[in-house]
Design a protein around this ligand. Structure first.
Ligand code: SF4
Ligand code: SF4
Ligand code: SF4
Ligand code: FES
Length: 1012
């Protein structure tokens, strides 16, 4: 009987992680005689692990599903040996035996085979940190000798990736890395060459890691149960003896190997246990939340002194095992020599270092004098979307309660404000309607203007996974053919800035063809008739014409939307950074209402928030019109509430937003600014104008971790601390509030933002006395109904809350389940008209310039440019040019070109790629794109139309290398998609035997001390 015939996996990858709507029936089973409650369809191993520990090296979690490569989880069910991870609990199942001799022998045999692929040198191994699953299984099975001798594989260690290494000889071929890559990250780079004489993990079917399609997300390393895949930052750093030179190390390993036949593993393992215990003294494991994008990945950061050993994701609600390259490997900026460590004061043509006392005295004195002479509204404050909720809360309180102005804003003005406006207009709350889980659960995901795989990589993994494994449909509308577009069932390219037209035409199509959810509309939505009338112009033909999309494509999209049981729409800066950003966001929400895609799991609106805490920055009131919790500054009752708690009189009119601050500075009305954690000269549009505005300020304070472009114009620079050096909370795109903890001391004289703002407020007469950010959260919770039930206790560790949080701590993962956020609980359809985008191409400025993020860099690169591995893989900026345009103008990759818009100029290298088409260019944000963008804005929010920019291109005489480094994943990688590990191919090998059923069972686990 072949193993394959008998033990075909009872679970397939297409079932992994799929959500069942109906609740499973309960089945009573016994495990070694003890009753265990189980659910029909659940993996047997999950039920067993609720009762007791058994070995399970290749089984990681329900997210990863059964892999079935290691055979260490064998148990007896009804007298038959089965893999507990590959068997589901079923109606007929009764007795499960894990302790029968047959099951124990089989597991021991399976593990012995594994040790033939892995050399135990734990004491001198950087992975010996009490969580190595191979090491722990050796102990659990009480292995003293091995029968299969360790045989190194005839392959070199691959060190070609700057972040991690693969050691084939230590690889136990469990396939978890492959499963993670193929079914969780869905980058589809890894496979196992099961048919090779010496099977190993392969990148793109057999190339070295560096230069393959590997995006360095780190999933594979996170799940690897041993040291075959390891972070390079761990090598030689974690153990007491692991830094010894390789020659000496190898000699020590040889000694251990020689000892084993005689002494057994007992003494050696004991020594390694002691050494691992000693490491506890020097390795700190601290929970943190990613400081890059708004997905909200959380993980433990392991540190030894200031050295960051590794990032370990496991328990995060948003991400579980997932990270992207920035979260997993992008932390070197924290220890960069460029960090600001002392306050700086402008001096002659530069800056001089100063004490905190002197710097804060100067800031307090100058702001006080300007306020005295020109009034509080001559001063503005900009809070950081990278800093914590508590940092931001104090910044807006400083503006309002200490300076006396509502001139306060944050960078959501540059990206998210239009999406928030669209949601406020239609459904009443400015946040994602559900969770990342809903995006994975939806039957159809429609992505508009979002390069999700590069800008929100972990969210993209959930969509890619659902699309690959669970039959989710995917439609992408974008001007650029990025990864999600390549994967989509339908991809179309609307003319830039015209999304409102096709979205509205789809809404009309639903009404015209009987697909509008009339019952839903009648019960839950207002203004249906007015809205329907406003759709008159939006025929499909009109939209096809305006958007330059084939009519047949729009019909296909409309039919998919009409027939989808559940739909989520994801959008980002490709929508919001247009003059019609708010209206297009509104059109998205209108379409969701018309099709009844709110109020249910797997539905809703998902504006993907850019910065780690841009959602929080809006929530805590870093905005000119709202206090914390989006409470209007012009509402007398609400204002009275804040006046009472803050003990001051507050202005009763809206303040200036970022865009108006720049204008007011140029007009001489704004005289001072306090800017925290935002490089406005790089991030705001029309950089030259922003720089001119800063030059005009009488007094300018910048608080940051690096000397940014904006610092050049500052009078005082205050050194702040990044998230790893403080406690606080961030609120991610799914409204998820999460704590992060201080992992490192503040570097030099740098300080947490909240401490700086408090010290400044005190100098200016405020009697603030917060001892810890938890006290700031308590005040925020007392004033903002959205955060009412938030407290540091409730958010302890990996606990999270999704706002609104009721006073009793009940949160809302899915919004609007009991009605929309308006007094009558009804949503509102919002009539719209189409407007042509601004700054269109003409005879002179004949090319359309798109712009955005790259996977490995965050925005302008202030942090990621200081990560050597990222710099190595992506050393240069470039502009993407279509093959057609390259052909027309005789340009090859590496050619230097000058782009000139109506506002400025940028010199960069060309990269020819079919991601862009015709006369459209794409410039990553690291190339200082805002020297080219203009000052046109969305009238509703003043968000700059970053993506309405026309340029001309001049070909310069110089020609260089291809700007893509050969190590870059875009260079020549060719993924090898498959549905998982394909363990059936292993089972077909002639040398594979199902443990416990052949004559190969020779070893006996030693009896545990005092055992049977
Ligand atoms: S990976 Fe684990 S089992 Fe292997 S040598 Fe290191 S600590 Fe020991
Ligand atoms: S490299 Fe992959 S297959 Fe090898 S031990 Fe690690 S997770 Fe398993
Ligand atoms: S950058 Fe975003 S996706 Fe990447 S690890 Fe951080 S939060 Fe997650
Ligand atoms: S844990 Fe079940 S086969 Fe590996």
């Amino acid at each position: 009987m072949s193993a394959t015939e008998t033990y075909t996996p009872l679970i397939t990858n297409s079932q992994v992680g799929s959500s069942s709507q109906a609740g499973p029936s309960k089945i009573a089973i016994t495990v070694d005689g003890n009753a265990v409650a189980a659910s029909e369809g659940e993996l047997l191993i999950e039920a067993i692990l609720r009762e007791k520990e058994i070995p399970h090296i290749c089984y990681h979690s329900p997210l990863m599903g059964p892999i079935q490569t290691c055979d260490t989880c064998l148990v007896e069910v009804g007298g038959k040996l089965v893999r507990a991870c590959g068997t589901t609990v079923s109606a007929g199942m009764r007795e499960v035996a894990t302790e029968s001799k047959r099951a124990q022998d089989a597991r021991a045999e399976a593990f012995d085979v594994i040790l033939g692929n892995h050399l135990l040198y734990c004491t001198v191994c950087d992975n010996n940190n009490e969580n190595c699953r191979v090491h722990n299984t050796t102990l659990e099975l009480n292995v003293t000798h091995q029968n299969h001798p360790f045989t190194p594989k005839p392959y070199e260690v691959d060190m070609s990736n700057p972040f991690y290494r693969y050691d084939p000889s230590q690889c136990i071929l469990c396939g978890q890395c492959v499963q993670a890559c193929q079914t969780v990250e869905v980058n589809e780079t890894l496979s196992i060459g099961w048919e090779l004489d010496h099977p190993r993990v392969l990148w793109d079917g057999g190339m070295q890691i560096g230069g393959s399609s590997c995006v360095s997300c780190g999933h594979c390393i996170t799940v690897c149960p041993c040291n075959a895949l390891m972070e390079r930052s761990m090598l030689g750093e974690a153990g007491f003896m692991t830094a010894i030179p390789p020659d000496s190390l190898n000699k020590m390993i040889e000694v251990v190997k020689d000892l084993e036949p005689e002494m057994g593993y007992g003494a050696v393992m004991q020594l390694s246990q002691t050494e691992a215990k000693m490491r506890e003294e020097r390795i700190e494991r601290t929970k943190t939340v990613c400081t890059y994008c708004g997905v909200g990945c959380s993980y433990d950061v392991w540190t030894r002194d200031r050295h960051i050993l590794k990032i370990v994701p496991l328990h995060g609600e948003s991400n579980q095992i997932s990270t992207c390259v920035k979260g997993k490997f992008g932390w070197d900026f924290v220890n960069s020599k460029d960090r600001l460590q002392r306050p700086l004061i402008r001096h002659e043509n530069g800056f001089r270092e100063a004490s905190w006392e002197e710097a804060l005295d100067l800031v307090a004195q100058r702001l006080g004098a300007i306020k005295q002479e020109h009034g509080p509204d001559s001063i503005a404050v900009i809070a950081s979307s990278k800093a914590s909720n508590e940092d931001g809360y104090l910044m807006q309180k400083f503006a309002r309660a200490v300076i006396g102005t509502n001139n306060v804003d944050n960078c959501s003005r540059y990206c998210q404000a239009p999406a928030t406006t669209g949601l406020f207009r239609t459904v009443g709350l400015g946040g994602d309607s559900g969770s990342i889980e809903d995006m994975g659960m939806a039957k159809l995901v429609l992505i508009v203007g979002s390069n999700t795989a590069e800008s929100h990589p972990v969210i993209a993994t959930r969509v890619k996974r659902a699309h690959k494994l669970h039959g989710q449909r995917l439609i992408v509308a974008d001007v650029r053919e990025h990864e999600m577009a390549e994967r989509a069932d339908i991809f179309f390219r609307p003319r830039p800035g015209t999304d409102l037209a096709w979205l509205s035409a789809l809404s009309r199509y639903m009404f015209d063809n009987g697909f509008a959810k009339l019952d839903f509309l009648q019960k839950w939505v207002n203004s249906v008739d007015d809205y329907r009338k406003s759709l008159d112009p939006f025929t499909m033909e009109y939209a096809a014409n305006i958007c330059e999309v084939p009519l047949a494509t729009l019909h296909r999209v409309a039919e998919e939307v009409a027939h989808a049981e559940t739909m989520c729409i994801l959008w980002a800066m490709g929508v919001t950074q247009h003059t019609a950003g708010s209206d297009t966001s509104t059109a998205i929400s209108n379409l969701l209402l018309v099709t009844g895609n709110y109020m249910r799991p797997g539905t809703g609106a998902y504006p993907l928030r850019g910065h780690n805490n841009v959602q929080g920055a809006g929530d805590i009131g870093a905005a000119p019109n709202t206090f914390p919790g989006y409470q209007s500054v012009t509402d007398d009752q609400l204002r009275a509430k804040f006046e009472k708690v803050w003990g001051v009189k507050l202005p009763n009119y809206r303040g200036l937003d970022n865009h108006e601050m720049v204008d007011a500075s140029l007009e001489g009305k704004l005289r001072a600014m306090y800017l925290a954690g935002e490089d406005m000269v790089y991030a705001d549009s029309n950089a030259n104008v922003v720089a001119a505005a800063f030059e005009k300020l009488e007094f300018f304070v910048v608080q940051d971790i690096f000397f940014t472009e904006s610092c050049r114009y500052a009078d005082v620079i205050l050194p702040a601390s990044p998230a790893l050096e403080k406690d606080g909370t961030f609120t991610s795109t799914e409204r998820r509030i999460q704590r992060f903890y201080q992992a490192l001391p503040e570097l030099g004289d740098s300080r947490a933002d909240w401490k700086i703002t408090q010290a400044l407020a005190q100098k200016m007469g405020a009697s603030w006395n917060y001892q810890h950010p938890s006290e700031i959260m308590a005040e925020l919770a007392s004033l903002s109904p959205l955060y009412a039930g938030c407290s540091y206790d409730r958010l302890e560790g990996y606990n999270t809350l999704q706002w609104p949080v009721a006073p009793d701590g009940k949160d809302q993962p899915l919004l609007y389940t009991e009605g929309f956020e308006f007094p009558d609980k009804k949503a509102r359809l919002y009539p719209l008209a189409f407007r042509e985008p601004t700054d269109p191409p003409d005879a002179e400025f004949d090319l359309f310039l798109n712009n955005g993020r790259q996977l490995e860099h965050f925005h302008e690169g202030n942090m990621t440019n200081r990560v050597p591995g990222i710099k190595l893989e992506t050393p240069e900026c470039y502009v993407e040019i279509s093959p057609e345009l390259a052909h027309e103008r005789t340009i090859a990759s590496g050619q230097w070109v000058r782009l000139t818009s109506r506002y400025g100029t940028v010199k960069t290298k060309a990269l020819v790629t079919d991601r862009v088409e015709a006369k459209q260019l794409y410039l990553p944000l690291t190339a200082h794109v805002n020297l080219l963008t203009g000052s046109n804005v969305d009238p509703a929010t003043h968000t700059p139309a970053f993506k309405e920019t026309s340029v001309k291109m001049e070909i310069l005489p110089e020609r260089g290398e291809d700007p893509l480094h050969p190590l870059n994943f875009r260079y020549s990688g060719k993924p090898t998609p498959q549905m998982g590990v394909e363990v059936e191919r292993k089972w077909k090998r002639a040398d594979y035997h199902f443990p416990g059923e052949s004559a190969l069972v020779q070893i006996q686990p030693a009896a545990p001390a005092g055992g049977k």
